[in-house]
Write a protein that binds this ligand. Structure first.
Ligand code: SF4
Length: 189
């Protein structure tokens, strides 16, 4: 990627081992997509060529928890599905991170019913909340970048019992909604 031309090939770089480890970690995130509803379509779109999650080294989706270090929960989670989500989370290797994508995963969204979990953070630790219904791919990328910043800072807090403390970073929306009704422009010259 041009680094050979920027640096003489026989030069030496010195750094700290944990910085190199964090650099490698944040540049090779393997997400596990737990997509249950419409947010999942935006998640798929994020990995496609237009938005290209590969630019952030996070496009290698894995459907096996033991190969993943970032759980992306996209969509509403039914109470019946909750044990599956918890098991998937528990089977992931440490260090692991969790993104709650969209209103439904974070709060239950419009599904204020007995059958839908009203926020996954009541049952698994969430590191980054991505707002929207659905969030645009750019917003999810913002969430992945927030995770990368956390990894860079070596910021994985544990409590006295060695249990992971969720970071609970809430992203601000990065777009202005258009005024409604939107002007019809079809066929306009
Ligand atoms: S937040 Fe909106 S888009 Fe996402 S799963 Fe819920 S209803 Fe669908």
């Amino acid at each position: 990627m041009g680094i050979e031309s920027a640096l003489p090939v026989d030069s030496i770089l010195t750094t700290q081992l944990h910085r190199v480890i964090n650099w490698a970690r944040r540049s090779s995130i393997w997400p596990l997509p737990f997509a249950t509803a419409c947010c999942g379509i935006e998640l798929m779109s994020t990995a496609c060529s237009r938005f290209d999650l590969a630019r952030f080294g996070a496009e290698a989706m894995r459907f096996s928890p033991r190969q993943s270090d970032l759980l992306i929960v996209a969509g509403r989670v039914a109470v019946k599905m909750l044990p599956v989500l918890q098991r998937v989370y528990m089977q992931m290797a440490e260090p692991r991170w969790v993104i709650s994508m969209g209103a439904c995963a974070s709060t239950g969204g419009v599904f204020d019913t007995y059958a839908v979990v009203q926020g996954i953070d009541q049952f698994i630790p969430v590191d980054v909340y991505v707002p929207g219904c659905p969030p645009r791919p750019e917003m999810l990328i913002e969430g992945v970048m927030a995770i990368q910043r956390i990894i860079d800072r070596d910021n994985i807090p544990y409590d006295d019992q060695g249990k992971r403390i969720p970071l609970q970073v809430a992203l601000a929306p990065n777009y202005e909604p258009r005024g409604q009704p939107v002007e019809v422009t079809i066929g306009a010259s």
